[in-house]
Design a protein around this ligand. Structure first.
Ligand SMILES: [Zn+2]
Length: 318
C-alpha cells in the first residue's frame, strides 16, 4: 500500500453538485478539491463539454503547443523507448491472441505512439479531436479519425486488444465517463493503458514545502490531478484488473537538486536534454532492462513524472 500524500486536517469542504471534498488549492479562479465521490483530485467549477470541444478541436495545438511538433520530432528516438516499452509489455500480456493485434489510441495526438505500433506489425487506429494533430497523424499514413471520442463515435469503433489513453484523462470534464466508453471499446481479456501526469507526488510535495508554488496545477488545461493510487482505484472500480505500472523520469529531482526549471524555458530544455541522455545512455549500453526496472521501482514508490497504469478487462465482461 502507498501512503497518502496529503494530510487531511482542517481543509474546508467544498461542494458543487455531486462533487465534494477538501479544498487543496486555488489557482486562476479554480478550486482544486480531493473529490470524495470521484475518488481523485479535480478542479471546480468543471467546464461544460462544449467549451472543451472547441478548445481541443482548434486552439490547443495552435495556441498552447505551437512548438509541439518540432520538439516532438527532436525527441523521436528517445520517445520511441517509452512507446516500445509499452508495446513489448502489451505483446507479452496478449501472447495467446491471434495476430495481428489491434490497438486504439484515444487522443492519439500527432500519431507517434501509433507509428511505433505499426512498425511492430500492429493494426493501429487513432481518434484525435485536434485538426492539426490529426492531419499530422494522417500524413504519416495512419488511420486516424479527426473527431471527439464520445458516445456517438464510441458506438462506431471496433473493439481493440489494447485501448491506449495517454495524457487524456487530465483534460476532460468527466474522466469516468470517458473510461467507461474506452472500456467498451476494449475486447474482453484486452488491455486498457492509461497514462496521466503523476500529480501531488512526494517529490513535488517536497519542492513545495521548500517554498515553490504548485507549478503542476494548470487549469483549465488540466482539470483532473491523478496519481498512481487514485488512478488504480478508479480503474479497479470500473472492474479492471491492475496488471502493471510504469513511469518516466522524475523531473522534480532537478528541482530538489537546485535546478529550478519552473517558468524558465532555458533551464527546462537543459533538464529535458539530460533526462533524455539518461534514458538513451542506458539503452546505448545495452541496459534497457535496468532502465525499466528503475522506473518500475519508482512507480511502486508512487514516484516518477507520469502515472501509467496497465489494466486488463475481464475475459467474460459484459
Ligand atoms: Zn468529483
Amino acid at each position: 500500500m502507498r501512503a497518502a500524500t496529503a494530510a487531511r486536517t482542517r481543509e474546508p469542504i467544498v461542494r458543487d453538485g455531486e462533487h465534494h471534498g477538501p479544498l487543496l488549492d486555488e489557482v486562476k479562479g479554480y478550486k482544486i478539491i480531493d473529490c470524495e465521490p470521484c475518488g481523485f483530485r479535480h478542479v471546480l467549477p468543471l467546464p461544460k463539454p462544449d467549451a472543451l470541444k472547441a478548445a481541443y478541436s482548434q486552439a490547443y495545438y495552435r495556441d498552447e503547443k505551437p512548438n509541439y511538433l518540432a520538439r516532438a520530432r527532436d525527441d523521436a528516438d528517445w520517445s520511441k523507448l517509452a512507446w516500445n516499452d509499452r508495446l513489448t509489455l502489451f505483446e507479452e500480456l496478449l501472447a495467446g491472441e491471434r495476430k495481428p493485434l489491434h490497438v486504439l489510441d484515444i487522443g492519439c495526438g500527432p500519431g507517434w505512439f501509433l507509428s511505433a505500433a505499426v512498425a511492430r506489425g500492429w493494426q493501429a487506429r487513432g481518434i484525435e479531436p485536434s485538426e492539426q494533430a490529426a492531419a499530422h497523424a494522417q500524413s504519416l499514413g495512419l488511420n486516424v479519425a479527426n473527431v471527439m471520442f464520445d458516445e456517438t463515435t464510441a458506438a462506431c469503433v471496433q473493439p481493440a486488444h489494447v485501448v491506449h489513453l495517454n495524457n487524456m484523462l487530465e483534460h476532460v470534464a468527466d474522466p469516468i465517463a470517458l473510461l467507461q466508453l474506452a472500456i467498451g471499446a476494449t475486447r474482453p481479456g484486452g488491455i486498457v493503458c492509461v497514462g496521466v501526469p503523476n500529480d501531488y507526488n512526494g517529490f513535488q510535495q517536497a519542492v513545495r514545502r521548500n517554498g515553490e508554488e504548485p507549478w503542476w496545477l494548470v487549469p483549465p488545461h488540466h482539470l483532473n490531478y491523478l496519481n498512481f493510487t487514485s488512478l488504480e482505484d478508479l480503474l479497479g472500480r470500473l472492474d479492471l484488473e491492475i496488471v502493471d505500472t510504469m513511469t518516466s523520469f522524475p523531473m522534480e529531482l532537478f528541482l530538489l537538486m537546485g535546478e529550478n526549471y519552473v517558468g524558465n524555458d532555458t533551464v527546462g530544455k537543459d533538464c529535458h536534454a539530460r533526462r533524455k541522455r539518461f534514458d538513451l545512455s542506458l539503452e546505448k549500453a545495452g541496459m534497457g532492462d535496468t532502465r525499466r526496472k528503475f522506473y518500475r521501482a519508482l512507480a511502486n514508490a508512487g514516484l516518477g513524472r507520469e502515472a501509467i497504469v496497465i489494466a486488463r478487462k475481464p475475459k467474460f465482461a459484459r
